[in-house]
Write a protein that binds this ligand. Structure first.
Ligand code: FES
Length: 163
């Protein structure tokens, strides 16, 4: 269920026009739309389906194949769990699982209330601090699974839904 405001369809048309004469590969188009909206609104997938003659089901299959593409807006807070070798060896997978279970995330890694989006990222270059989280772009090291709940509560106290 996507809210698609008046004018957005026209904006998607502009995206197509901007790509005219250039590489119009469908993934590039999807990436461009996502850059514009931050995610892929349902209507945009219908438009891409029509423009490229690709059945909608196939398009959703493509979207689910590329982990960087998402069909919902990202959460107001973004937590990335490093899954590089050092972090993995020091328990980042348990940290990720704890976050996922605590927040009951959907397939896009976003909580139902839009509070947070959680993802896995490759080594962020702070291996001596493993396991490492990036919380809204700020690295936090030596995270233990048991600290996750308190960290989320702290984040929730500072969270301000915009609507
Ligand atoms: S493996 Fe996580 S910071 Fe390098």
């Amino acid at each position: 269920m996507t809210t698609f405001e008046n004018g957005q369809v026209g904006e998607i048309e502009q995206v197509f026009q901007a790509l005219a004469g250039t590489d119009r590969q469908v993934v590039n188009v999807l990436n461009t739309i996502q850059e514009h909206y931050g995610y892929l609104p349902e209507q945009s997938l219908h438009d891409v389906s029509r423009q490229f003659g690709i059945p909608l089901a196939n398009l959703y299959g493509l979207v689910s194949f590329f982990s960087g593409l998402r069909t919902r807006p990202v959460g107001r807070n973004q937590i990335a769990v490093c899954c590089g070798t050092a972090c993995y060896a020091r328990g980042s997978e348990k940290v990720f699982t704890r976050l996922k279970e605590t927040m009951q995330l959907d397939a896009d890694g976003t909580s139902e209330d839009g509070f947070v989006t959680i993802s896995k990222v490759p080594c962020v270059g702070a291996c001596s601090l493993a396991p490492v989280l990036s919380v809204n772009g700020v690295l936090e090291g030596k995270i233990k699974p048991l600290q996750v709940t308190a960290r989320l509560e702290e984040l929730q106290r500072n969270d301000s839904p915009s609507d």
